[in-house]
Design a protein around this ligand. Structure first.
Ligand code: NAD
Length: 358
């Protein structure tokens, strides 16, 4: 029997509890099939924590997360809390949890499932073979730099400063090289080094680190060019590493190659193997409580957790294969179904995927 690992489970709001319940089924199933052992501890976060504890990120939730090996998160937010003050907004909890857990990178795989190629807005032949990972720096750059307003010659001015230091760049670049080593050994570092000083430091740092990873083929791509190449030759990318704002935009662009938000997993990592895993989508209040949510993004987040935190490659592969098998057999939730009348519910989809894990 493998060592017992602890997973903090945060269901959150809206469809969060519905999709997380299916992911927990998958965790149970992999215990049965592969002999792995997990304990799960549930904690309140987001809107539900505001209602029950008066804060989006209660101390006890943080301590549950800190004592765990990994965190599985559903989604937070909803119209009920949209007009709250900043401290009492679910999204404030999201920034807080990343900071408190020291999560400095966001990883988003974009993989094309053959049977869903037609759901993308790109031509199937352009998408063929696309399997990439965007590694986005999460805690520095223009989103966190000094911001202020002042009077200028042309009226009021607004200033956002973009700051990166060498240590911040080094840690994420090392992580990206290591991820590339475990994949197809190609890394695209994305910057705007022809214009921005932070990008010049970024590129210098990448070039200094690159000789430590001689097996990884490195290319530097300017961000505007990368935005184009993602649409023109997405399959030529393996790992893309970039700073916070460029990563925010490029990871959404890469995500849309796959066609559906209900299919996209993500991981936020710090030093070491600890990570927080969640679907890219939000709490989808428009479909919450109706059994319509696609649980695949959350289920694939469990596969990412197994691969990146636990190194359980066999179970991660089995989950991904099970998802592909169920989709290949024509099963769909409403968001990806052509014939909506035949769409499966959230739990039906979860059951089929669990049963397909072998
Ligand atoms: P959303 O991702 O919740 O929904 C966008 C659209 O996609 C909706 O039509 C929704 O029904 C659909 N959708 C999303 N996930 C789906 C799934 N699994 N299956 C089927 N359809 C799905 O984005 P939004 O509407 O902009 O935001 C809703 C709330 O979620 C807001 O309060 C927002 O702040 C919050 N949010 C939270 C996170 C997070 O928890 N990390 C991320 C994004 C948005």
């Amino acid at each position: 029997m493998a060592e017992t690992k602890k997973i903090a489970v945060i269901a959150g709001d809206g469809i969060g509890p519905e999709v997380v319940a299916e992911a927990e089924k998958i965790i149970k199933r992999t215990e049965e099939v592969f002999g792995y052992s997990f304990t799960t501890e549930h904690a309140l976060f987001g809107g539900i924590a505001i209602d029950e504890k008066g804060t989006p990120l209660p101390e006890e939730t943080l301590s549950v997360c800190k004592s765990a090996d990994a965190v599985l998160l559903g989604a937070v937010g909803g119209p009920k809390w949209d007009n709250n003050s900043k401290e009492l907004r679910p999204e404030t909890g999201l920034l807080g949890i990343r900071k408190e857990l020291g999560l400095f990178s966001n990883l988003r795989p974009a993989v094309i499932f053959d049977c869903l190629k037609d759901a993308s807005t790109l031509k199937p032949e352009v998408l063929e073979g696309t399997d990439l990972m965007v590694v986005r720096e999460l805690t520095g750059g223009i989103y966190f730099g000094e911001k202020f307003r002042r009077e200028g010659a042309g009226g009021e001015e607004a200033v956002d400063t973009c700051v990166y230091n060498t240590a911040e760049i080094e840690r994420i670049v090392h992580q990206a090289f290591e991820i590339a080593q475990k994949r197809r050994k190609k890394l695209a570092s994305v910057d705007k080094a022809n214009v921005l000083e932070t990008s010049r430091l970024w590129r210098e740092t990448v070039n200094r680190i690159a000789p430590e990873y001689p097996d990884v083929e490195l290319e530097h791509v300017l961000v505007d060019n990368c935005a184009m190449q993602l649409l023109r030759r997405p399959s030529s990318f393996d790992v893309i590493v970039t700073e916070n704002m460029f990563g925010d935009i490029l990871s959404d662009e890469a995500a849309m190659l796959t066609g559906s938000i209900g299919m996209l997993a993500s991981a936020s990592m710090g030093e070491g193997a600890f990570g927080l895993y969640e679907p890219v989508h939000g709490s989808a209040p428009d479909i919450a409580g109706q059994g319509l949510a696609n649980p695949i993004a959350t289920i694939l987040s469990v596969a990412l957790m197994y691969r990146l935190t636990f190194g359980y490659e066999d179970a991660a592969d089995a989950i991904e294969r099970a998802v592909a098998e169920v989709l290949d057999a024509g099963h769909r939730t409403a968001d990806i179904a052509v014939d909506k009348s035949k769409a499966l519910s959230t739990t039906e989809m979860g059951d089929l995927i669990a049963a397909a894990i072998r």
